[in-house]
Design a protein around this ligand. Sequence first.
Ligand SMILES: Cc1ncc(COP(=O)(O)O)c(C=O)c1O
Length: 449
Amino acid sequence: MSLDAMTELQARQEILEAVRQYAIAYHSPKAKLREGERIAYAGRVYDEDEMVRLVDSALDFWLTAGRYTDALEEKLADFLRVRYCSFVNSGSSANLLAFMALTSPLLGERAIARGDEVITVACGFPTTVAPIIQYGAVPVFVDVTLPQYNIDLEAMRQALSPKTKAVMLAHTLGNPFALDDVATFCKDHHLWLVEDNCDALGATFFIDGEERYTGTVGDIGTSSFYPPHHMTTGEGGAVYTNSPLLHKILRSLRDWGRDCVCPSGRDNLCGHRFDRQYGELPLGYDHKYVYSHFGYNLKATDLQAAIGCAQLEKLPAFIQRRNQNFRRLYQGLAHLSNQIILPQSCPGAVPSWFGFPITCKEKGKRDSVVAHLEQAGIQTRMLFAGNILKHPCFDLMRTEGRGYRVVGKLPNTDEIMTSTFWVGVYPGLSEQQLEYMIATVEEAFSCGA
Ligand SMILES: Cc1ncc(COP(=O)(O)O)c(C=O)c1O
């Protein structure tokens, strides 16, 4: 049929069918390990569903947040069993929003002010702590435990001061921190809890006998959908909460700081666009341009959300496969326990592994093992910053000795910085690749690499 003879719907279906065929023909995963091919630590896992929905959104040419964004926010909230979810343009943006929401004047006395303290760890990803510093609050760093790679609870308790307002932590590599104890600590001391869930989507924790998703127990949770993560939208992330007030603040901050909740391109949903009094503005000033916060624009596009909708359907299988791959590596490497520290989760936690962390027991061994693996075509990663305090971004603060606090020493954080690396468990790995990874790690430790 020629294009003139078709309805728009028929034309769309024809295009989408062609895209489906193209995706099947040219984007199908290569399951077999080819000679010389590198084994990535992570990567996009997708099929024709993602490409079809991406093109479907492209044909809408809506370009900003729209129908796919609404669907993704609703479906992700359903998946996590959380009341509110907002799609944003990255996990770092989600963390920025989560933290900044807690500084909102709408929270009254509980709002975090400049100079207030936030307990966190130095071992992790920089944008978990960057918003705290950017705002002028004070991160208080405590050590983590090995082999969990998560906050040391005793150190957390010691870090409490009259200025403490919040705890902001990531579930390291998909391994939940002791969410029951941390949540109780926060409740007992009237602290906010932000769960950076960027690497842990699908992990759960048993709290009072109820299995709950990480990211939904604290006040605000965050996700990243950058390609290596549990699901991807390319760039992208999400921020979620059960609190209507925090949700309202998060949306305001995400969407330019505005007071109005009408979605992009839709006006006057509440019917009061021109009849209210705000601040010292003239009565009836257009609500669309009333600002209750100094906000950002951290929205993502519908094109990204369209991919996310397809990924979300695969998420349960992705999580299962990641954990299965983790178990395979664990089984294969367990006999090296005299040379490596194998990862562990804490009681009550059901991880959704992002990677397989390995800490070399012998000092100075990590770099040669990493070199051996990389040379053999296996991609490795550090545990992100290792110790964020040692990075150039901290040079000035370290020299001046202000803007942050460290409680006790950070021996495990430093050990992770010098002796830990991780390899992938992502769903794109084949059994053959996993076996090769195990054999190559064994080789690295046996040949004195
Ligand atoms: C724990 C953690 N938080 C936040 C982020 C930032 O996510 P994004 O890359 O989407 O900004 C990452 C990135 O991988 C991460 O690992």
